[in-house]
Design a protein around this ligand. Structure first.
Ligand SMILES: *Cc1c(COP(=O)(O)O)cnc(C)c1O
Length: 427
């Protein structure tokens, strides 16, 4: 049995942890089978509890953009740890990372650190509401902005695979302030603005969606949202928890040349430690306590260990002039070669890719919103997932998730991945 120790660990975990996991997608519910327990990771590789090695295409769902356990990040975390773990006071490194980000990301004047992407998005809509004095927000079907109540309405990611993307426990009162539109459908957003005149505080969007699989903005979708928000006095929030520091250092704002009023970050920004952040224009950020009246706080916000991991990661990326070119090129090669193999096998499919994010949908030729993502053949993806896992290739365990390519994935890993895909038996 390939996953013997993982299997035993999962049985044990289920006794003490709901479903055996601390975040639902890890349970492999979508693809079936026993989740693999990982005990260590280095560079492009994960090692599981049974000592099997995998080429990792999840990379902790994005943070490990340099590959796992980068030696410089490790050294800097150790050095910081010697000085103390957490003080609950201001520290110099918080200003250092804030300055570094603001100087290198377009269109943000101030940034506040939190401990997760969920917290970042939750806080961003609160400040947008405080700033505008309005209650309603618009979000898109299949977009995931963390698990706070306002966003668990047709959410993507793990929520998309649990049959009911609207979670019990979210009150009707909260849900009524979240309006929904189809991704890539700016006309629908215009309609919502018309029907709710003067009531919409913000539009929140994943500028490249990554939580219904990877779905790209089409036909100037982001530019149209910018225009609609301007015309209606609403705040445009780019949820760059996934795309920030990944598509470009300045995220989707830089990659698409569209300015957001507020931007949320997570994943890469913490280099593998728990960090999120939200940032934006001065007049909006001025609304936050202690300067303004919108309350937001966190015991471990700006934690020095987490700031160190994040800052070193961001500096390593920024100081490497060919970083994005390199990971994007490797991802493009993967996309192209996988396409070729699947075509030779006669398997119709669609690969969506932007930068170092990609995903593969079976038996559909284009995917530009959640409904189309749902029409893909997910049971075939599940088969694909398990065959690759057996060959030592770790893909995200759901057809609704994005593959993240790290800088540690080189041509050797790509070749091994392609060899495994050539062996894919689909009937
Ligand atoms: C992962 C993610 C979040 C949530 O971040 P957590 O750190 O898991 O709370 C929010 N938005 C997007 C776009 C994400 O990909």
């Amino acid at each position: 049995m390939l996953y013997q120790r993982s299997s035993a660990l999962f049985t044990e975990a289920q006794k003490y942890i709901p479903g055996g996991v601390n975040s639902p997608v890890r349970a492999f519910k979508s693809v079936g089978g026993v989740p693999v327990f990982i005990k260590s990771a280095k560079g492009a590789y994960l090692t599981d509890a049974d000592d099997r090695k995998y080429i990792d295409y999840i990379n902790s769902w994005g943070p490990a953009i340099l590959g796992h356990t980068h030696p410089q990040v490790l050294e800097d975390i150790k050095m910081q740890a010697e000085k103390g773990f957490s003080f609950g006071t201001p520290t110099e490194i918080e200003t250092e990372i804030a300055k570094f980000i603001i100087e290198n990301v377009p269109n943000v004047d101030q940034i506040r650190m939190v401990s997760s992407g969920t917290e970042a998005c939750m806080s961003a809509i609160r400040v947008a509401r405080g700033f505008t004095g309005r209650d309603k927000i618009i979000k898109f079907e299949g977009c995931y902005h963390g698990h706070s109540d306002s966003f668990l309405i047709k959410a993507g990611s793990g929520a998309a695979t649990f049959g009911n993307p609207n979670s019990p426990g979210v009150t009707a009162g909260t849900a009524k302030d979240t309006l929904l539109a189809r991704y890539n459908d700016a006309d629908q957003v215009a309609d919502l603005f018309r029907l709710n005149e003067g009531e919409i505080a913000a539009v929140i969007v994943e500028p490249v969606a990554g939580n219904m699989g990877c779905v790209l903005p089409e036909n100037d979708f982001l530019q149209k949202l910018r225009k609609l928000c301007d015309e209606n006095g609403a705040v445009l929030i780019f949820d760059e928890v996934m795309t920030g520091f990944r598509l470009a250092f300045g995220g989707a704002q830089e990659a698409y040349g569209v300015k957001a009023d507020l931007v949320t970050y997570g994943k890469v920004i913490g280099g593998g430690l728990p960090v999120g952040a939200f940032a934006g224009r001065q007049e909006i950020m001025d609304c936050l306590a202690p300067k303004g009246a919108v309350y937001q706080a966190g015991t471990l916000s700006g934690n020095p260990l987490a700031m160190r991991a994040g800052l070193t990661t961001l500096q390593l990326i920024k100081n490497d002039a060919s970083f994005y070119e390199r990971i994007n090129k490797n991802t493009e090669m993967l996309d192209f070669e996988i396409g070729k193999i699947l075509n030779e096998k006669g398997i119709s499919h669609c690969i969506n890719r932007k930068g170092s994010m990609m995903s593969l949908f079976f038996h559909i030729t284009s995917v530009s919103n959640f409904d189309e993502a749902a029409k893909a053949n997910h049971s075939l993806f599940n088969k694909f997932f398990h065959q690759l896992l057996e060959s030592g290739i770790y893909l995200p365990p759901s057809g609704y998730e994005t593959w993240f390519i790290s800088d540690a994935i080189k041509s050797e890993e790509i070749d091994r991945t392609l060899a495994a895909i050539r062996k894919f038996e689909y009937s």
